[in-house]
Design a protein around this ligand. Structure first.
Ligand SMILES: [Fe+2]
Length: 367
């Protein structure tokens, strides 16, 4: 991209397109010491308080800088590279990490190992990239004392507290308020579809595992929904259009949120899946539409529960799994309490934690 000048007007030219840059847009970006805090890169002035009739008295290109005198008496040198970066207007850190679709044939995924200074290491950067590619990652050797999972969450970003607390203990107990707290098998599901917003990422830390069952199961919702889109476009369409109600009732809280089972971004790419067939309430629609909806949901459920897509593995003691609750479904096989104890701790973080850490590490290691 090139910056060009013509009669005190500034243009950008990317080879195929030449357009004038609004003078106000440039005025907002003045970066002298009195206008911009160098540490935070935050403005020291409020551009909404400026006169909208900003114009340019004089403009000049001096090597890598655009020098401008504005009609309100302010002069500034703006780095041309910075303007070019803004024109690309793309997330250059998270979005370029392409999701890798996987199914039951997935093998040899790298496990990471916890060590000193882990959260500031290049290894942590690699871990987060792997997480965005596959939607999950397993880290070995995580200390198990003092609810370390919360420290782990807060060292990537911030733990997402819910009404279950900062973290939750997963073990079978009497009078459970969720099937997770039994020794029964758990079919693939996403967590907490009734929250607004739904927690983005679940961390699950294995503290004690004396049983032979209780394997962790994962399904890539991205692979399944892409396959559904190709095989049954009508099913995909209705599941990505109809909002259903998800509800959780406890003695002192009622949580409720409405969403499609397959939620799409504006560009029709996958944003989020929700699947928890014990908690969803389909609205009353026309009979024909409901007929299609129920067939579509059944098909999606069969795919989510199929051996074709599921991986199973044992979380060993000290293993911590981090999984994308907007992309993957998780579950577990049954286990026998007579064999011994099984104890895991879980908590949530949101995407701001992983994105913030990844951007920081990319900057730190100049990647
Ligand atoms: Fe769960």
């Amino acid at each position: 991209m090139k910056i060009e000048l013509n009669q005190n007007k500034v243009y950008f030219n990317n080879g195929s397109l030449k357009k004038e840059i609004h003078p106000f847009w440039l005025r907002e970006r003045v970066d002298g010491d009195e206008f911009l805090d160098k540490g935070t890169q935050q403005r020291l002035f409020d551009p909404t308080s400026l006169d909208n009739k900003i114009s340019i008295n004089k403009a000049n290109i001096n090597e890598n800088f655009l020098e401008i005198d504005f009609n309100d008496g302010v002069s500034s040198k703006i780095e041309i590279k910075k303007i070019a970066q803004e024109f690309s207007n793309e997330d250059t850190v998270i979005k370029p990490i392409a999701k890798i679709k996987w199914d039951s044939t997935l093998k040899d995924i790298k496990n990471f190992r916890y060590q000193d200074n882990f959260f500031e290491s290049k290894e942590m950067y690699d871990l987060l990239v792997s997480f965005y590619k596959y939607g999950f990652v397993v880290i070995k050797d995580i200390p198990t004392e003092d609810n370390f999972i919360v420290k782990f969450a807060n060292s990537i970003g911030s733990v997402r507290r819910t009404n279950f607390g900062e973290y939750f203990d997963v073990k079978s107990k009497p009078n459970p308020n969720d099937l997770a707290y039994t020794s029964l098998a758990l079919a693939p599901h996403t967590d907490n579809p009734y929250r607004n917003p739904v927690p983005c990422i679940q961390l699950l830390h294995c503290i004690v595992s004396e049983v032979s069952g209780g394997l962790s199961t994962l399904v890539d919702g991205y692979t399944v929904t892409e396959d559904l889109k190709n095989q049954n476009p009508d099913f995909y369409k209705i599941l990505s259009e109809v909002k259903v109600k998800f509800k959780f009732i406890d003695k002192d809280v009622i949580l409720e949120d409405w969403s499609e089972l397959i939620k799409l971004n504006d560009d029709k790419s996958l944003k989020q899946i929700r699947f928890s067939p014990r908690l969803d309430f389909v609205p009353i629609l026309e009979k024909e539409k409901l007929d299609l909806y129920y067939r579509a949901r059944k098909k999606l459920s069969e795919m989510y529960n199929s051996d074709k897509y599921r991986i199973e593995f044992k979380l060993e003691e000290k293993d911590l799994m981090m999984m994308d609750n907007y992309r993957l479904l998780h579950g577990r096989t049954a286990y026998k309490t007579s064999e011994g104890s099984r104890f895991l701790q879980g908590c949530y973080i949101d995407y701001d934690s992983t994105e913030g850490k990844l951007r920081h590490l990319k900057r730190k290691y100049n990647l």
